[in-house]
Design a binder for this molecule. Structure first.
Ligand code: RB5
Length: 143
């Protein structure tokens, strides 16, 4: 799978770990930054990942900031994006089954690396259930 990955300074360290995980799982990773701990603005990175998915260059995305909140709000301003902030396996699974989330948002200051790794694995391994859930998604999102 082609996965677009980005973080702000709050999520930079976790992004590095998640990039290694994704490579080890055989995914093609587009690392869109940031590339250091220097302070940056999270919406710029949310826009990069959202644009890659909207253009069909990436299948899905992972965005990481301090809380995951800013990234999810910014990414969801894009019509084709369904960004889900998840802090536990249940919501990670449901965000795929029910919401067909195409971006997973993580809060690096909220969860540890071990939990984040499990969430990413669950999220990537779970498929959209379709049916009545597609009918609901059609009311707020494209594609
Ligand atoms: C940056 O300090 C922090 O505001 C950002 O990473 C994120 O948590 C915003 O939602």
């Amino acid at each position: 799978m082609k996965i677009a990955l980005a973080a702000d300074h709050g999520g930079f360290a976790l992004k590095e770990s998640i990039a290694k995980l994704l490579h080890s799982l055989g995914h093609e990773v587009a690392d869109m930054g940031c590339h250091s701990l220097q302070s940056v603005d999270y919406p710029d990175y949310a826009d990069l990942v959202a644009a890659a998915i909207t253009a069909g260059k990436s299948d899905s995305g992972i965005l990481i900031c301090g809380t995951g909140i800013g990234m999810s709000i910014a990414a969801n301003r894009h019509r084709k994006i369904r960004a889900a902030i998840c802090h536990d396996e249940y919501t990670a699974r449901k965000s795929r089954e029910h919401n067909n989330a195409n971006i997973l948002c993580l809060g690096a200051r909220v969860i540890g690396e071990g939990v984040a790794v499990e969430l990413v694995k669950v999220w990537l391994a779970t498929s959209f259930a379709g049916g009545r859930h597609q009918q609901r998604i059609d009311k707020y999102s494209e594609g």
